[in-house]
Design a protein around this ligand. Structure first.
Ligand code: GLN
Length: 285
């Protein structure tokens, strides 16, 4: 009787065979290819050019383990260990929110403001550092500070600063603006947690695997924004600005919060999906 091929016989398998299997399991060609690159430590052009080479057993096992985790729901960005944001690659892990395209609107708005060449800028809840580091990279004169209550997140942000070869920003540990008391900023930006405690989206997709401290903020999702708006008004210089990202249905609640805190020229801006996603306020002299 002919013995069945089992996994121990797969050492003669090629990279192309393993890739085809991963694509079938995931039913997603791009994700399978990205995971194969991760498992083999190569780029996509190398992967496609070497599809007839035998795959090393360790690489094959690594790919199978990644496919299994993806099938269990782990975000592709966590499995690949990085995500692109505003044209740069950021290392990420399970301690930080995965950078999202809608947050690029906040960057565009920050860069469009008329700020001093050496503006003092603070990113509250910096996470992977994608906002703080992007602003520092785009405006080398700006003095950027990123603050986060998670030490694990700050370790990721510091790694990203090294990866991008930037000297700034400084990263500070603490709750909102508390560790920076007495300091003043020309611009405060934030993508704070803003999902409501019982939002069903928390049980779906990538959100299940992201840190809840970066996502969830009380019964209406506005607990952190409420505290942040008041603290930010104190810390912003006369003539300075606040930019806050918020949920798809929160703009009409966030604008009054900014006005009550004392901000003027309060306005919400739409992301590429047409959703009011970032609200801007000014502190007039
Ligand atoms: N934009 C994220 C989402 O709804 C939430 C991010 C956040 O809370 N800051 O998926």
């Amino acid at each position: 009787m002919q013995s069945k091929p089992d996994s121990s016989c797969r050492h003669s398998e090629t990279i192309g065979d393993a890739l085809a299997r991963a694509r079938r399991s995931l039913d997603n060609r791009l994700e399978a290819d990205l995971l194969a690159c991760r498992a083999l430590g190569c780029g996509r052009s190398w992967l496609y050019a070497h599809d007839r080479d035998p795959i090393e057993p360790l690489s094959r096992q690594a790919l199978e383990a990644l496919v299994e985790q993806r099938l269990a729901g782990r975000p592709i960005a966590q499995l690949c260990g990085e995500r692109e944001f505003y044209g740069r690659a950021f290392r990420i892990d399970e301690h930080v929110l995965i950078p999202r395209p809608e947050t690029e609107l906040l960057i565009d708005l920050a860069l469009s403001l008329d700020l001093p060449d050496r503006a003092r800028v603070c990113d509250v809840g910096t996470g992977s550092g994608c906002i703080a580091l992007t602003l520092a990279a785009e405006r080398p004169g700006w003095r950027v500070t990123g603050v986060d209550c998670s030490a694990e997140a700050l370790a990721v942000a510091s790694d990203n600063r090294i990866g991008l070869g930037l000297e700034g920003p400084e990263f500070v540990h603490g709750d909102l603006l508390e560790p920076l008391s007495g300091r003043r900023f020309d611009l405060i930006v934030s993508n704070p947690p803003y999902v409501a405690d019982d939002d069903p989206h928390l049980q779906r997709g990538d959100l299940r695997f992201e840190p809840s401290t970066a996502l969830v903020a009380g019964p209406d999702g506005l607990d952190v924004i409420r505290r942040l708006v008041d603290a930010a008004f104190e810390a912003i210089t006369d003539g300075g600005h606040l930019l806050i990202e918020h949920g798809h249905d929160q703009a009409s609640q966030v604008r009054p919060l900014l006005r009550q805190a004392g901000f003027t020229r309060v306005d919400s801006h739409r992301d590429l999906a047409g959703i009011e996603r970032v609200t801007l306020g000014a502190k007039r002299a």
